[in-house]
Write a protein that binds this ligand. Structure first.
Ligand code: 3PG
Length: 217
């Protein structure tokens, strides 16, 4: 499955961007988010626990879509695949990453915000891109502008996206999913308040339904 098909098959097009500080939190966190109706997670490699967290979540919830994020090297890519990641996301792209992606049958979402970065990804066949950092790179208007010369692109914007502003992105046909850390605030994670995390996920899912209804009327 390619990245676009994977993202567009999600029941809820919102992907929490997760930082795991304690491996023991991985499974209860995934359970809370899945219970709230979110079915895909991006586990960042910003902490050493990232790889083991992906493995633990995939073992506990094989049906969940668990991706690796902040993948910045060929070695990160390989280790993410070995950990069981269903997709790989990077805040950027490089020869090393493209070459690692070509060796594995796991969807890769490279990061791009400029015309040159987009062209570099397109040259290698990537049409689904992470747009990061979204809000400071021009937000939804910038994505809309890029769709002029590049109508084939699909974006997964992250960076500064919240429950309040996600509709600006989800309203665009070129946006397949949005991501962000608002579903896993560090204070709730530190206090292991999983019911509150689950509630945030349900609130987000309900808001996505409203946005879909508003756009279809
Ligand atoms: C990412 O890697 O996608 C971002 O760090 C998420 O950004 P946010 O914390 O502003 O949601």
């Amino acid at each position: 499955m390619d990245a676009r098909a994977l993202l567009e098959a999600l029941p809820c097009p919102v992907i929490p961007v997760v930082v795991i500080d304690r491996l023991a939190d991985a499974v209860p966190l995934a359970e809370a988010l899945l219970r709230g109706g979110v079915s895909a997670l991006e586990i960042t490699l910003r902490t050493p626990e990232g790889f083991a967290a992906i493995s633990a979540m995939k073992s506990a919830f094989p049906e969940a879509v668990i991706g690796a994020g902040t993948v910045c090297s060929g070695d990160d890519y390989r280790r993410s695949v070995e950990a069981g990641a269903d997709f790989i996301v990077s805040p950027g792209a490089s020869e090393q990453l493209f070459s690692a992606a070509a060796k594995h049958d796991v969807p890769f979402v490279p990061g791009a915000v400029t015309g040159s970065e987009v062209i570099s990804a397109l040259e290698r066949g990537y049409v689904t891109l992470k747009f990061f950092p979204a809000e400071t790179s021009g937000g939804a208007p910038a994505i809309k502008a890029l769709s002029g010369p590049f109508p084939q692109l699909r974006f997964m914007p992250t960076g500064g996206i919240t429950l309040e502003n996600m509709s600006r992105y989800l309203d665009l046909d070129s946006v397949s999913a949005v991501g962000g850390s608002w579903l896993t605030p560090s204070n709730l994670m530190a206090a292991q308040r999983w019911d509150d995390v689950s509630q945030l996920a349900s609130t987000t899912v309900a808001r996505v339904r409203e946005i879909n209804m508003e756009s279809s009327t």
